[in-house]
Design a protein around this ligand. Structure first.
Ligand code: NDP
Ligand code: MG
Length: 396
């Protein structure tokens, strides 16, 4: 039975790391959140497993691999949708109140723009779409807090801003980074790190792409751009620091000399619930425990070292340059990280390759989000060309 205050959700990227945390929040707060539809790219098996847990009846797959066998395994009465248009269809469904975007890549740009245009609230974790097409996504927002951040640092900043997405009165937004697995490794030893070492994040458990980006701090560079889009803030007013204890996730400094910080346990379910329940504050039945404040004896904030973390500075440059640079960087980084995860390039080649292709890029300013998507693709093609790989990725 649906509660009067139930929120019906379309979840894009249900089978990933963030998507599963969203499902967990929906399961914990069954009366409040009802999963109306779920989408993934190819992982039909995982979608069906999530359907068994949640009873969700609309399932969508955008990838090219279609399996009738899986479709038969789904609960009777399941409605299957296929192809890229499926994301727009589930986002615009009249029965959906809230669109939650937990997919990777840029496939969510169109459904997000359309959902915002139709007046639906959107909670978003997907940073690639925000970075590549920020202008068109933020331009589609119709009312305050229609687009809410799930990414922990942005959710923390939003809390510090008084649950608003506006930077009025703000001198600086500061995001924190844990420092990842290589915080105390000498920079010259990073030439030989293995995939396993890169994937061993000390604080967060995440999908492989973002875990590599967290080790290199490209993720933090992406996140300052994401903050620029979400809060309408220019590059000069957004920065990041390393905070190895990971208590604080975002800091806002105001013009009047006051400063607010938001702290919570590093568990994605916390920012997810905070955004999805807005404007309410819901109580966890069994809370993801925060340490008592008495135990938080040390809080360190450090500058991001450019020799160990060049990717952060590459991204900051792209943010400052604007135009097509952020979109190009999204594509170049995705391709470089995939090549690293396939064992085709060394960890240190990620920034080297990206810098090389950015240097050769014209910086063409996209005039629409479709053009921005083409620039993302171009970034990937240029990186793969440099390594002698086929220019086109074979992912479905
Ligand atoms: P994962 O790789 O774990 O999951 C990606 C999800 O997106 C999968 O469900 C995948 O489906 C789906 N997906 C990818 N492409 C498409 C597509 N074209 N159509 C439909 N579904 C698609 O990623 P994460 O959960 O780690 O990250 C997701 C996003 O959230 C990224 O943008 C990341 O930067 C951001 N983020 C992640 C955090 C984390 O803790 N992991 C924290 C903050 C932000 P399939 O399984 O079929 O491939
Ligand atoms: Mg983050």
């Amino acid at each position: 039975m649906m509660d009067k205050k139930s929120v019906r959700i379309a979840l894009i990227g249900a089978t990933g790391s963030v998507g599963r945390s969203v499902v967990n929040v929906c399961e914990t707060f069954r009366k409040r959140f009802v999963l109306h539809s779920m989408a993934a790219r190819n992982n039909a098996g995982a979608l069906i497993e999530l359907q068994e847990r949640t009873g969700c009846r609309v399932l969508a797959l955008t990838g090219t691999r279609r399996s009738r066998e899986f479709e038969k395994r789904a609960a009777s009465g399941t409605r299957w949708l296929h192809g890229d248009d499926a994301l727009v269809e589930i986002a615009l469904d009249r029965e959906v109140d809230l669109v939650v975007v937990a997919s990777s890549g840029v496939s969510a740009i169109k459904p997000v723009i359309e959902a915002l245009g139709a007046g639906k609230r959107v909670c978003i974790a997907n940073k690639e779409s925000l970075i590549a097409a920020g202008k068109w996504i933020s331009g589609s927002v119709r009312y305050e807090n229609q687009l809410l951040p799930l990414d922990s640092e942005h959710n923390a900043l939003w809390q510090c801003l008084g649950k608003k997405c506006s930077c009025d009165g703000v001198a600086k937004l500061v995001l924190t980074a844990s420092g990842g697995p290589f915080l105390s490794r000498p920079a010259d030893s990073l030439a030989h790190v293995t995939i396993k070492e890169v994937l061993k994040h000390p604080v967060w458990s995440m999908g492989p792409k973002i875990t590599v980006d967290s080790a290199s701090m490209m993720n933090k560079g992406f996140e300052i751009m994401e903050a620029g889009v979400l809060f309408g803030c220019e590059p000069e007013r957004v920065s990041a620091v390393i905070h190895p204890e990971s208590h604080v996730h975002g800091i806002v400094e105001f013009f009047d000399g006051t400063r607010r910080m938001a702290a919570f346990t590093p568990d994605m379910r916390i920012p997810i619930l905070c955004a999805m329940a807005y404007p309410d504050i819901l109580q966890w039945p069994e809370s993801p425990e925060a340490p008592p404040v008495e135990e938080v004896s040390v809080m360190t904030f450090l500058e991001i070292d450019a020799t160990r973390f060049p990717c952060f500075y590459i991204a900051r440059e792209a943010f400052k340059k604007g135009g097509g640079y952020p979109a190009f960087l999204v594509g170049a980084d995705e391709a470089a990280v995939n090549l690293f995860l396939q064992g085709k390039i060394a960890y240190r080649e990620i920034p080297a390759l990206i810098e090389e292709v950015i240097e050769e890029y014209s910086g063409h300013d996209p005039s629409c989000w479709q053009e921005a998507v083409e620039i993302v693709k171009e970034g990937g093609i240029r990186v793969r060309e440099k390594t002698g790989e086929s220019a086109y990725d074979d992912k479905g």
